[in-house]
Ligand binder design. Structure first.
Ligand SMILES: Cc1cc2nc3c(=O)[nH]c(=O)nc-3n(C[C@H](O)[C@H](O)[C@H](O)COP(=O)(O)OP(=O)(O)OC[C@H]3O[C@@H](n4cnc5c(N)ncnc54)[C@H](O)[C@@H]3O)c2cc1C
Length: 414
């Protein structure tokens, strides 16, 4: 069922990109440094170098999970756009029975509050799919979570489930900016190198891609990052003369991601309103094995920069324009960093690759059918149930999970 659910999603929203010059060079460089074999175009997760699937089609149009709605029975589904669920409702408690979800409180696109109730019957359920941050947050605000923490926020405890918000993890990413003497195409992730030690190497390129990526990447060490500094950065970049923007924007980015990761943290409430973000801590690189993987992957990236395949895309010595703006625009990696410095580099330039997950993990919050443990009529089906980020990029697996569970629930009802 899982395999056919992947195939169903792939047929609906996945395409293989046609590689251009920068992505082809990174592929050749990966192979040159021994990240083989060349697995060509494949959706499979296998060691070596491959071209992965993309949600952009040949015409450059992006496809999303919303495309899958065209397969829904339109008589049987109502989609509310810009609606916000504030709380899951539970039926009045019955002694000896688990708390049973009965509906939700939500606000519509105009901010008007409503309640929606489940139809009576054994199959009616609330399926929460609010993502790794949204789902544990919503459960907590609905009274499902660590009892003591909920009480500290004056939230009535419906179900004491301390695992909610635990095991929050975000795969650490580190990226380097590679200014190119020759033009590069605009590209997002296409080529991926999958090593045998848990490091994944990906690439992006082009004026927009590079500059906007670099702005959001770790040009400032984590301890020094704050909103004011990041805004200052973004403003400074915006006012660079056009010619300099052009030269600096002609660049590639090589990103590396740590599989897993082993490091994790937690999510806790800030305010008791769904619209206020909760507090999240990922504890990047707190587990030594994550740091080890970063160091090893960085060594491979260093080799990549010195390959024959990359020769045309790297400066032998940086022009003054780049040198003068180097510190501001991104991470350059000196070739001769040793292990201690590499560890510092990993820590100081860590950023998100946006693959955060956990918070409602299988075993502690949900069971193997994704039912909330100790509750009735309530499941969580999204990236919050993962204890590690699947594949090099998780989106395909999240979509597969939706299709797979949809069919499974349907089957169970028959
Ligand atoms: C900037 C960025 C780039 C990424 N790039 C890639 C990539 O290139 N490839 C890849 O594979 N993955 C990528 N990812 C990761 C991927 O998007 C996620 O892993 C995936 O979307 C997680 O799916 P999900 O269903 O768990 O959560 P989400 O996709 O976040 O879905 C949760 C949904 O619930 C809604 N929601 C939350 N709370 C509420 C509420 N209270 N009421 C109503 N609705 C609510 C949210 O608006 C959202 O639509 C990227 C993520 C980000 C943020």
């Amino acid at each position: 069922m899982v395999a056919s659910a992947y195939a169903w999603v792939e047929a609906a929203v996945a395409f293989f990109p046609r590689l251009q010059q920068w992505q082809s060079a990174v592929r050749d460089a990966l192979l040159e440094v021994g990240i083989g074999p060349n697995n060509g175009n494949t959706y499979e997760h296998m060691e070596g170098t491959k071209v992965g699937g993309s949600t952009f089609d040949e015409a450059g149009k992006r496809h999303t999970a919303a495309d899958l709605l065209q397969h829904a029975d339109s008589n049987n589904i109502t989609v509310l756009l810009f609606a916000n669920v504030h709380r899951i409702l539970f039926a009045p408690p019955e002694s000896g029975s688990p708390p049973k979800a009965s509906g939700v409180v939500f606000s519509d696109s105009s901010g008007v509050r409503h309640q929606a109730f489940l139809r009576q019957g054994p199959w009616s359920e609330v399926l929460v799919a609010a993502g790794a941050i949204g789902s544990p947050h919503l459960l907590m605000l609905s009274g499902v979570g660590d009892g003591a923490s909920l009480r500290a926020h004056d939230i009535p405890v419906v179900l004491n489930l301390p695992g909610v918000g635990k095991g929050m993890a975000d795969n650490p990413a580190n990226a380097i900016y590679v200014p190119s003497p020759i033009p590069v195409e605009t590209s997002l992730i296409q080529i991926v190198g999958i090593t045998d030690f848990g490091g994944y190497i990906e690439a992006a390129s082009g004026a927009q891609a590079s500059l906007s990526q670099v702005v959001s990447l770790g040009t400032v060490a984590p301890g020094l990052r704050n909103e004011a500094v990041m805004l200052q950065y973004a403003e400074a970049l915006k006012y660079l003369p056009h010619e300099i923007q052009r030269i600096l924007g002609q660049a590639g980015v090589i990103l590396q991601k740590v599989d897993g990761p082993a490091s994790s943290g937690s999510l806790s409430l800030n305010e008791i309103n769904i619209e206020d973000s909760p507090l999240v801590r990922f504890n990047y690189y707190s587990a030594p094995e994550d740091l080890f993987t970063c160091i090893e992957t960085t060594r491979v990236v260093q080799q990549i920069l010195n390959t024959e395949a990359m020769r045309n895309f790297t400066y032998t010595s940086f022009p003054d324009t780049i040198r003068r703006n180097a510190e501001m625009i991104g991470n350059f990696m000196p070739a001769n960093l040793d292990v201690i410095t590499l560890a510092e580099w990993c820590r100081n330039t860590v950023t998100t690759i946006w693959h955060y997950h956990g918070g409602c993990q299988v075993g502690s919050v949900v069971d193997k059918d994704y039912r909330v443990v100790g509750a009735a009529g309530l499941r969580v089906i999204d990236g919050s149930i993962f204890d590690s980020s699947p594949g090099t990029n998780p989106q395909a697996t999240v979509m597969m999970l939706g299709r797979y569970m949809g069919l499974k629930i349907h089957q169970d009802r028959q």
